[in-house]
Design a binder for this molecule. Sequence first.
Ligand SMILES: NC(=O)C1=CN([C@@H]2O[C@H](COP(=O)(O)OP(=O)(O)OC[C@H]3O[C@@H](n4cnc5c(N)ncnc54)[C@H](OP(=O)(O)O)[C@@H]3O)[C@@H](O)[C@H]2O)C=CC1
Ligand SMILES: O=C(O)[C@@H]1CCC=N1
Length: 278
Amino acid sequence: MKKLGFIGTGSMGGLIIEAFIKGGQIKAEHIHMTNRTLEKAKQLQLRHKKTVVHHDIYSVINHADWIFICTKPMEMVHVLKDISNLLRPDQVVITITSPLQVEESEQILNKQAVVRFIPSIVNLSLEGPSLITYSNRCSSDLRDELTSLFSSISNPVTIDPSITRVASDIASCGPAFISFLIERMIKGAVDETKIDEKTATIIAESMLIGFGELLKQKHFDLATLRKRVTVPGGVTGVGLKVLQNETGWMFHELFRETEKKYVEDRQGISKQLNNKGS
Ligand SMILES: NC(=O)C1=CN([C@@H]2O[C@H](COP(=O)(O)OP(=O)(O)OC[C@H]3O[C@@H](n4cnc5c(N)ncnc54)[C@H](OP(=O)(O)O)[C@@H]3O)[C@@H](O)[C@H]2O)C=CC1
Ligand SMILES: O=C(O)[C@@H]1CCC=N1
């Protein structure tokens, strides 16, 4: 059984570890992890006693076969440079951030295969998408093995690098965007009617769970679902008209802005890649 290494057990690193253990394909004792602030890794170990905490990244790579780098984008190149000369050729490096392309990681490393696995917070429920890009160094057997691992916690979608930003906006930022919109729905309801926040939240969350289940059970696609709810001459149609007018080009603007941020991050990473010293 493969041993997994984790460098960075923050929000996402920690969540992926929890999901892999919950998914059942990986045993806790096969998880080797470290974090810059070691206490974070130790806290995680309190919940999964058999996981192994290491004091530094070098010890993690000595004990693991597949190594997940779960730091923020601007800390990733630094970590890759740090470990590049210490990795065995058969080890696999898995990055989880969108602005760093697999070819760029390969340039830093010597012979190791690189995979980019962009998770989503929803993977903690062992549901929802993850976005996968395999580098050319990944053999078809390795791709199959990794796809099987990723499938234990998500629905892996292989993406072309050209759609990385937008795919990640939908898969990974999407849960935050949807949460925001639902929070706005609750606030509107509370401000405009007699409903209290707690009741509105219970109803909204329950509606969302049912919504997800409907899609999962493939009863409807989005458009059919909307049509079925919209009784001709009824209330939904009135509300949808407001949404149509108010949302306008909102998401167009959102994707333009996230693209700008992506370009900024890509520039930061390019600078780090060209800086041979650091
Ligand atoms: N949050 C999300 O929903 C998603 C995030 N991602 C990607 O996941 C990555 C991590 O994001 P997130 O988990 O939210 O961020 P966090 O800041 O929560 O986690 C990053 C962790 O990396 C640790 N770290 C940094 N440098 C090192 C190092 N040299 N050695 C060991 N540990 C180190 C940090 O330690 P310390 O505790 O000291 O700060 C921190 O715990 C990002 O690249 C992001 O793009 C991808 C998809 C979704
Ligand atoms: O906000 C971010 O930058 C990360 C990337 C995808 C989701 N969260």
